[in-house]
Design a protein around this ligand. Sequence first.
Ligand code: MLT
Length: 277
Amino acid sequence: MTTIQLIPIAGTRLATLDLGQGPPLLFVHGFPLDHTMWSEQWSALSREFRLIVPDLRGFGSSPLAEPPATDPECVTMAQYADDLAQLLDSLNVHEPVTYCGLSMGGYIGWEMMRRHPERLSKAILADTRAIADTLEMARGRELMAQRVLLDGPAPLVDSMFPKLFAPQTWESQHPIVLAARQIALRNSPLGIAAALRGMAYRQDMTTLLPTLQYPIQLLCGEFDAISTVAEMQEIATALPHAQLNVISAAGHLAPWENPIATNAVMRKFLQADGCRE
Ligand code: MLT
């Protein structure tokens, strides 16, 4: 049985699972999902760690803003990072956490390292990118934001979901495809549109990478079509203390598609001391 609490931060409340005891791990979901995409990690790790697993503002059970009349049209990656720093304060977590983010959760992770460097001790980043959107991608996101505001999340799900999974996950319509679809369809159009605009607006982080002294474990599904293995290898090379593990039989949602392999890599990284070359 897991309990979600609504934790107040400036301008909204974040629905958060706070589970287990031990060194804190902060899990940040990808777009357009919610905290439940990490369920295979929290069931495996909650005996050894304190797991803090929020819904970002505008996703899952977290309102985009309170009162709703103040709903923003765009939430930047910096704003989500500031929200997470406040969440840690509200939960009285003052020691540095291990930051675990997937895709958009990774974009927010770079901002967390830039804006709140003292809040992290290391990071696990799955299926993510460090470059900004091209102009064409940013325009596509704005068009999709407008479409979602008119028609709801279904058009986004139809265009994005075939790219999210490994071929075998998608073709067999594995139960996680249905579960991810249900999460995305339940999410608020306003929250989705605000995140699309925030991702379109995000900065290039490639010059930040060589300055980051944290140990960083990178993970990438072997069939990831959004943040490819080749692109994540470039991130690993640019980071001073990182290594990349490729997760077999997985696409862009590697921790969910292949939790056994993902959890083994995570556990090994979490047990290692200090920095790795
Ligand atoms: C995600 O999984 O968070 C998204 O694929 C990120 C993106 O659209 O760039």
